[in-house]
Design a binder for this molecule. Sequence first.
Ligand code: UDP
Length: 334
Amino acid sequence: MSVLVLGGAGYIGSHAVYQLIDQGEQVVVVDSLETGHIGAVHPNSTFYEGDIRDLDFLRKVFKKESIDAVIHFAANSLVGESMENPLKYFDNNVYGTQVLLKAMVEHDVKHIVFSSTAATYGEPEAVPITEEMPTIPTNAYGETKLTMEKLMKWTEQAHNINYASLRYFNVAGARESGETGEDHRPETHLVPIILQTALGQRPHITIFGEDYDTEDGTCIRDYVHVEDLISAHLLALDYLKAGGKSDVFNLGSNQGFSVKEMIDTARTVTGKEIPAVGGPRRAGDPSVLIASSKKAKHVLGWQPSRTSITKIMQDAWDWHVSHPHGYSEGVEHR
Ligand code: UDP
């Protein structure tokens, strides 16, 4: 039996494929390559290029391969873009998941691990954020992920599919052995932007707001190493296969670091100056997001082991140094 990884050519999905194959699993990858990279596809996986909204395409994959579980990473994930083009997000993310669930029901596939987000909570009423807190997204991206969770909830009740929805906080770092890392076009995330600045590919990093109600005035986020994040997916898969009940889990590190602390860490790790300039706030940015991951630890037995931001930054830096232009030569697409 195989695990189907949707979005397995993307940053987080490709790390999942590598860890699954490390564990001896057979892996089938589906990716449209709209944001994923062919170079990120594991050479020992079975790869299908296609769009999850294409039901006939998904039917062919499910018919040809013997799939017993799905890990679903195939979605658009840029907050800003989701505000400018919400219908794209509802189409790719929500409708795409609807088609996927239909194909799963038709082919009697019973387990799905789902890539969700802290953006489902919106501006939190308190930190650390627990899974019971209200979900009031402040952007279209978070709304689509919450809607996708609801699609799974109602499908489960009718068709007995169990799901684990994993709400990510800030994912960073790269695979320690270097085969895969982070390469978004355009890049919007803090850690790769800092490291591209360290490489001299950007003149400076702009800090989005220095007047937040935090100690140094910059936003605080909870950074989790991508390898630890993926360990939680593998545990969630085992949990579902053992008959675990459908549930939602936060994945973070229970601690927060400011934008300035992240830049300082990168200066230490890289030995580079990394010029930084203050800029206006970015719309929709909550000041502090920190997860309580107690539930994932307790129920799934998750034990993140790469919890220091120095380790996260070092692994991300190693990837950037060995792949200064990501998965391809040239920087024209950045
Ligand atoms: N950020 C920044 N400059 C950048 C990119 C990000 O100051 O060029 C800040 C952003 O405002 C947020 C934090 O870094 O407070 C993390 O942003 P990212 O986009 O990486 O993740 P998000 O928290 O939006 O999921």
